[in-house]
Design a protein around this ligand. Structure first.
Ligand code: HEC
Length: 222
């Protein structure tokens, strides 16, 4: 989690989003993860234009996010018989089935996955497929390092009086602390450095490993 306690009054933390990506939490093969497994399936098969996207919302059903699936798809946790989207997917009469012809019905694997998700309580679980399998090849500043800094550090390390006199709003600022060792020292909570994010939890190990790989490759502006 990168949430920062409200009672910290140093710097501006209002821009820091809560971590809802499940970063660092390994995926449990027994559990069904909504964002990772269910939503992509609904988006590609049901939330198409002319069907259940925001614009068309056939019969008021919109299948584009967790909240919308739960409410407009009338999903009842633990209850397949009382979950509208599941019922429609499993109809044998093609005139009543969703997705309707000429679209193919969902495969039995896909339907089973949705059933499993509902029977596990139709939760919005998240996990990190990278956890335990962290890939640190080809790390670039723009694709990996900058988003981490923007999400977890920039709120405090920007503006007229950046915290600790360290400004992290652009490549030059980040490169300066990468080169002098402070970026890795602070992020990985090494002795002799002030632990960052200040007042917050350590970032997931995979994130730290990726930043370290970038530093070790000479902190390029790529
Ligand atoms: C909630 C505000 C806040 C956040 C978020 C934050 N910092 Fe800091 N940072 C500070 C403050 C305050 C200091 C000065 C601490 C001190 O000198 O006691 C500081 C100091 C530092 C220093 C110098 C530390 C040293 O020991 O030399 C570095 C490097 C740094 N921050 C990097 C980061 C990085 C990287 C992140 C994101 C992973 C981050 N900070 C997130 C507030 C923050």
């Amino acid at each position: 989690m990168v949430s920062v306690d409200d009672d910290i009054n140093i710097g501006d933390t209002t821009d820091l989003p809560d971590d809802t990506t499940g970063m660092g939490t390994p995926c449990d093969p027994e559990k069904v993860y909504f964002e990772l497994q269910i939503l992509p399936l609904l988006r590609s098969n049901c939330a198409k234009s002319g069907c259940h996207d925001e614009a068309t919302h056939e019969e008021g059903i919109v299948l584009t996010s967790y909240e919308k699936v739960m409410t407009t798809g009338e999903v009842t946790p633990y209850d397949l018989g009382d979950s509208e989207i599941y019922e429609k997917m499993t109809k044998t009469d093609p005139d009543k089935r969703m997705p309707p012809p000429p679209n193919n019905p969902l495969s039995s694997d896909q339907i089973n996955l949705i059933a499993k998700w509902i029977l596990q309580g139709a939760q919005n679980l998240t996990c990190d497929p990278d956890a335990g399998n962290c890939i640190t090849d080809n790390i670039s500043f723009s694709a990996t390092v900058k988003p981490v800094i923007d999400n977890s550090c920039r709120g405090c390390h920007s503006g007229a009086a950046p915290s600790g006199g360290v400004s992290l709003t652009d490549y030059n600022g980040v490169q300066a602390i990468a080169t002098n060792g402070r970026l890795y020292g602070a992020m990985s909570h090494q002795p002799g450095y002030v632990a960052m994010p200040f007042g917050g939890a350590r970032l997931p190990q995979c994130t730290i490993d990726k930043v370290k790989a970038w530093i070790d490759s000479g902190s390029p502006n790529n």
